[in-house]
Design a binder for this molecule. Structure first.
Ligand code: NAD
Length: 282
């Protein structure tokens, strides 16, 4: 058996086309503000991609690039300015921040109705209590979108998530639970991980360990979503040993071309949602 590939790039392209159609109908262009502190190379590339994706679908996006040595007060002052600017619909702070900055404190300054990354406690709380008004972090939302498009109704399916971070594992667990999946969240202290993944209808790998998931971890026909972004000898790979696992899985996402493009598309989706929410409540 060879797994069918879930083409995240194509799904993201289609979603972006749909978003572009929605944006065309608006009186004004939704605006995303990205705050980038310092010169982390990967972050600069990610933010450039976000700006391009926003502009391609007819939104506007500014990258506010602050120097590495910026103080907490300076970053917070910029966030307050953007919170108070009616032309700004979504605000995100690119992670990781330089070590001297408290990322939790900074994220909390973003007004909840502009927190399109959904990393603030308010939106997290809404998601964890199954409230439909939550902004949901883009990566888990992208994973959920791919699963629904591929499998349809997810009710009752057992998902094993590898990783419990606040940006992937935890919000994904809530999102799946809210949609009637049976969810097992595993992490670095989990015992007998392969025994757990072997029971799953869906395995989502998000631990950041290159190719840790092997075919003997996977039930025949299961769906495998690979969130990981790693490099081996400069070459990009996920947390799943793709060539090995595709022999037993029913569906599988590649890296690159899987979850990554969906994440960017979902951020745009959240920005449009923010625009709509802000303009319907006026
Ligand atoms: P993180 O370091 O914050 O969390 C990693 C999680 O994996 C932790 O909960 C940890 O307990 C768990 N873990 C570590 N070792 C483990 C092991 N041996 N077995 C089981 N669990 C283990 O990482 P993160 O920010 O959640 O990112 C995870 C991966 O996903 C990284 O490779 C990251 O680059 C990637 N990522 C990709 C996207 C995307 O858009 N494709 C977005 C976010 C993160």
């Amino acid at each position: 058996m060879t797994a069918q590939i879930i083409d995240g790039k194509l799904m993201a392209q289609n979603l972006r086309k749909e978003l572009a159609e929605e944006v065309k109908k608006l009186n004004k262009q939704p605006h995303l503000a990205v705050i980038l502190v310092g010169n982390d190379e990967a972050s600069i590339i990610y933010d450039r991609n976000k700006k391009k994706a926003a502009e391609d679908i007819g939104m506007t996006c500014d990258i506010h690039h602050l120097p590495e040595e910026s103080s907490e007060e300076e970053v917070i002052s910029l966030i307050n300015e953007l919170n108070n600017d009616n032309n700004v619909n979504g605000i995100i702070v690119q992670m990781p921040l330089p070590k001297h900055l408290d990322s939790n404190k900074i994220i909390e300054q973003i007004q909840a109705n502009k927190d399109v990354d959904g990393f603030g406690f308010y939106n997290m709380g809404l998601l964890h209590s199954n409230n439909k008004n939550a902004f949901i972090a883009a990566t888990p939302q992208g994973v959920f979108y791919m699963l629904q498009k591929t499998l349809g109704d997810l009710s009752g399916l057992h998902t094993v998530i590898i990783g419990r971070s606040n940006i992937v594992g935890r919000p994904l667990a809530s999102l799946l639970l809210n949609n009637h999946c049976t969810v097992t969240v595993t992490h670095s202290k989990t015992k007998n991980l392969p025994e757990l993944t072997k029971q799953a209808d869906i395995v989502v790998a998000a631990c950041g360990i290159a190719k840790i998931v092997k075919k003997d971890w996977i039930k025949n026909g299961a769906t495998v979503i690979d969130v990981g972004i790693n490099r081996i000898d400069g070459k990009l790979c996920g947390d799943v040993d793709f060539e090995d696992v595709k022999e037993v899985a029913g569906f599988i996402t590649p890296v690159p071309g899987g979850v990554g493009p969906m994440t960017v598309a979902m951020l745009m989706n959240n920005t449009l949602l923010a625009y709509i929410k802000q303009n319907t409540s006026l």
